[in-house]
Each structure stands twice: as C-alpha cells, then as structure tokens.
Write a protein that binds this ligand. Sequence first.
Ligand code: ATP
Length: 464
Amino acid sequence: MEKKDHMIDKLVSLAKRRGFVFPSSEIYGGFAAIYDYGHYGILLKNNIQQAWWKHMVQLRDDVLGLDSAIFMHPKTWVASGHVGGFDDPQVDCRKCKTRMRADHLLEAFDINADKAPIEYINQELDKLKTEGKLKCVNCGSTDLTPAKQFSLMVKSNIGSPTDALTEENVVYLRPETCGGIYLEYKNIVDSLHPKLPFGIAQVGKAFRNEIIARQFIFRTREFEQMEMQYFLHPSQMEESYEMWHQARWNWYLKYGIPEDKLMWHKHDKLAHYASQAYDIEFNFRSLGGFKEVEGIHARGDWDLSQHAKYSGVTLDYYDQEKNERFIPHIMETSVGLNRLVLMFLDNAYTEEEVDGEVRTVLKFDKRLAPIKIAVFPLLKNRPELVEKARGLYEALREDWMTEFDDSGNIGKRYRRQDEIGTPYCITVDFDSLEDDTVTVRDRDTMEQKRIKIDELKTFFTENL
Ligand code: ATP
C-alpha cells in the first residue's frame, strides 16, 4: 500500500494545482475545515451527485425528490435529540493546543468509545494516562485535558431581532439533511399520495462544528449529504433493508470501485431507536485504511413520533386497504458527497511509468470524469487547424463537457488531460484537412486511432 502521508499530499496537491479543490479563504490565511470546489471539482461533484440521483430517484418507482431549506424551526433539533445530544468528546493538548476527538484517541488502542458516556471515556483515558501511553497526536505531549462534550451544532441568528445567540433566539444550521425530509413527510403524503413503502431523497448542505478536521475533504465543517429516507410498515423493514443494502453496495461497483476496496461495518452499539445499522467503508489509500463513506440504518418510528410529539401534528399513515393507521418506520441511506469526491479521487489516482517518465492519471469511471473530451489542433499557429478543431469542439460540447486546448506541445496537453481524468483527447492534424478524420486517444490505454469526424458522435455515445 502507498504510504498514507505521501498519498494524501499528492491528492491535495493535484486537487489544488489542477483546480479541483481549494482551501477556503486562502488569501486571508485560510479557514479551517472548509473547502471550495474549482471548475473540475464542481464538475466531478455534480457528476457524482447525478449518478446518485439517477439510481436513487430516476430509475425507481418508489422514491420522490425534495430540496428542503437549510434553516428549520429550532424545535426540529430539540425533537430530534440534536440539541443537547449531538456532541463529540473533546480533549485538548495543553502544550500545543491541538484539539482531539477522545473516542478517536481510544480507538487507536482498540477501545470502542463511539457514542459512549463521558464518564466511561474519561475512565479509559485515565488508565492510558497512568500507563504513560496517551499522547498528543500533534506534538507528543502527555499533558492533555480530560475529555468534555463539545456540541457539533452550528448556530445562527437568522430572523432574530437581536444579534445575540441566546437560547430563545438561536436557530441552527442543519447538521444533517434528513430533518427536512421528516418535516415535509406530511406535505408529500398529502400532495402526492405515495403508497408505502416509499422514499424521499435529497441532496444538500449540512454543517457540523467538527472537533478535528485534518483529513482534507473527508471531514469538513460545511459539507453536502445525499440522503434517502424510506418510509414503511414495520413488517416491510427486513425486506427493504436487504434491498437497499444490496442496491447501495452495487452502486459503488457500478461506478468503478473495486469490491475488495469496500467493506461492511456493523454497528455494535445502536442508537436506542435503531434496529440495524451498517456502514459502507472504503479503503482510502490517502487516509491509511478503511473509513466510513455511507450509513444504512433502520431507525424505527422514532423520527416521525418525535416530530409529531413536539409539533402536535399527527404524522401517521392511513392504509386504506387494511384500514390501518400507524406511524411509518424509516430506513435511511446517508452518504457524504464531498467524502465521495475524495473516495473517487483516491480510487482514480494512478502513477504509471511511460518511456522512463511518470504519468499521473485519474482513471475515473468515464461517466464521472469532469471533462469527457478534449480537442486539440496539432499546431496553434495554423489557422486552418485551429478553425477545424474549434468547429469540432463547438459541435461536441452540445452533448458532452468538452475542452479546447491549443497551448504547449501535444505531449503536455495529454499530460494535463490525464491529470484531470479526461477519457478522450482528439487531435486535428494536417490529414484531418484532407480526409476528415482525427486521432482519438484513449486515456487508459493511450491507444490512438483514426476516426472519421462524422462518426465521432456515434463513437462517444457508445463509449461515454
Ligand atoms: P463520523 O462518525 O465520521 O463523524 P457520522 O457517523 O456521525 O460520521 P452520519 O451522521 O451517519 O456520520 O452522516 C452520514 C454521512 O455523512 C457519513 O457517512 C459521511 O459520508 C457524511 N459526513 C458526516 N459528517 C461529515 C463531515 N463532517 N464531513 C464530510 N462528510 C460527512
């Protein structure tokens, strides 16, 4: 396996150099754990999102779409248990002031403290301290504070007459997108009358005051989630869970993730309302091993019951055929879009030796590649070549994200397109002027073949 630090440095550097991902607010010295997506980053992110939407909504009869707002009534997060309960245990280094997640520190000693009470965490930390084993991950100091709970909720004063963030006027930026799905359950049932089981899917921003965020775009304070909540009768849970379990696993394989880089992680400790919880983990070369990318959880009727209780509005479902009224149970699939950007970059990153030189290439699944085709005139200073190449570029971009490039020599242009993962490069040369053929070069095999210009659309329709 590639050395972890090496690999993450290579990805961060390529992402910045080639315009995928930039650290936010860099000219002001940066803003921790927030990132911006450049031209190729947003194209890649959009393609991943569309691939998710296609399989979660477009190709299904039983899932509806939603785009709910980031801000919701503050009671939403009291009902869901996030206010006062969405905390992570934090430990500080007294020497270098680095903040650490106590559960992560314990994990390194094979102690599972995921969602454990703070008393248990401190007891385990104390044992390690006594043995002199507990050290700051940054400077190695043993002078660490006890763990304390730190709320992940991000606050705002939107709509408030004052700028003070007091308990009465505080509004939260949603820490997960599914809150909006529960709140719109009733409107969706009343307007579209879906029959159980059915799902509601949405993609959107979420915010968490993460304690540590040193893993590039794996864990950030502002991020996007793609979530689907599947509403069902409790008797349908087992079958539905099995179906989604399989569907989500297959989605990764469909988009080029090798099966041996994926793993199921079963949660031993379940939230009190959950009956089953599995994560899909991906083996990140850049993070040194398997890490969660997606959660698939059976959540019982807790969410709708809580919102019914706190809002005073009935959130049940009436099954006309069976004349039965009940609160639907929910199973969810929840995945981080930015985390998937890192996963696909990590999986695609390849270095190959070609003619004694290293070729860096992002071997994305073609459907995810930010740019599908690049068109080059062989020489920049020959107007007849430039004109023909530009005409071709303008025709192809009607159907595919296409780039025109006439800078530098052809070798450099190939290298640049390889580094952003473009599946096909077309060169318009002097023969093209005679016989209306062009060279099409394949990113992965580097093979070049001549194709007639009027056959290009068919070729790309079949191959992209
Ligand atoms: P973790 O244990 O890593 O903090 P979690 O189990 O709290 O994550 P969930 O609340 O289940 O995560 O969120 C569902 C998905 O949302 C995760 O699998 C992940 O892909 C994504 N996600 C969660 N937090 C972040 C974050 N801070 N940055 C990027 N993606 C995130």
